[in-house]
Design a protein around this ligand. Sequence first.
Ligand code: HEM
Length: 399
Amino acid sequence: MSSIPMDLFSKQFHQSPYTYYKEIRPHHPFAKVKIHNGVQESWMAFSYEAAEAVLKDERFIKDMKKVFSEEVTEENLTPIAQSMLFVDPPDHKRLRSLVQRGFTPKMIGRLKGRIEEIAREQALFMQGKESVDFIEAYAFPIPIIVICELLGIPSEDRHDFQRWSNIMVEISDEPTFNEDFQAAMLEFHQYLEKLIGAKREQPQDDLLSELILAEEGKDRLTVRELYGVIMLLIVAGHETTVNLIANGVLALLTHPDQLKKLKEEPALTAQAVEELLRYNGPVEFSTDRWARESFEFMGQQVNKGDHVLVSLASADNDSTVFKDPEKLDITREKSPHLAFGKGIHFCLGAPLARLEGEIAIRVLLENYPNLSLDAELSELEWRQSLIIRGLKKLPLKLV
Ligand code: HEM
């Protein structure tokens, strides 16, 4: 079968990906697409059935070293590419279990009061302003301050983290992109070197100090893995929940009936967050997977070494699973959305993201019940990424 074009470098694609998905999905549930400027071919799961099947199938592996053992070695991979999200069992279980304890719903529940405090503080900073870039003023600081406090890193450095994280999840056809990427990785690494050094000397009651102890124990975590897990948590903390909050608020503002319902019944917020994750979630694509062997999958011949992605956004808009998927319905029940993935790599941060999303949206609507969009919908620009779905800016009027 010839491959389908998927122009991820075009503004138009990111402006309305759902139109593209709706057209492609029924005829091509799992298909070869041409992305990366037409250079690279990948398999893409578009239907819910295919998406779920890829995420659960252990023949689609994460560790590039196993597929490209000649070209890819530990030394030429960044530490993040060796973190839990990019390795397979048994290393995956070992790495995930080191941090899992800190992210259970029970542990995260303990942060509720502090998240509420941070949200109220950020809401207060916006007081007296008529309009703001909502991402910069509110959606970005809340999850970032939380993840920085959890890890025990200074949230004042968040704009550096943001710069480094952005370059890791964005795609660009700028000729300098590769160089910029390498330079950012080096800076990020040097920053962590200093931070880890300081924490080794003076451990504190935070996740970073705990991870350093695990590395010093030698048997559970190597030094590269230590860098990898910290980078992963920083990037995940910077690129995801921010866009859950911003995409979610945009969806509510463009569906006044749903916004009204939520304002009248704030107890619906947790359920609304599930629908916002499904409707226009912040993670559009899964991360890379590779075929460990050649086999037939969903009627297609997949070859050893083939690259495979899942469009979580397309799967979550599949009408064979979700009734009227284009309708935002904050009272939708039992939504088996894939916004947090599925299988062994299911998002570790899901309980945290859900709680932050719920608190951020509730506190916002309590404080700014009259907020509205301060731009035409067509003026909003979406970021170019092969993972994240998020706006560059979201101008809002607060009064
Ligand atoms: C709304 C916000 C979030 C969404 C939609 C989201 C989504 C996802 C998805 C789809 C995956 C799986 C990717 C794949 O299988 O290729 C994932 C994995 C992961 N996420 Fe999240 N994420 C969010 C927030 C967070 C936060 C706040 C953290 C932690 C600070 C986090 C940490 C992780 C980690 C560590 C993994 C890797 C898990 C593993 O490989 O076992 N995420 N996330």
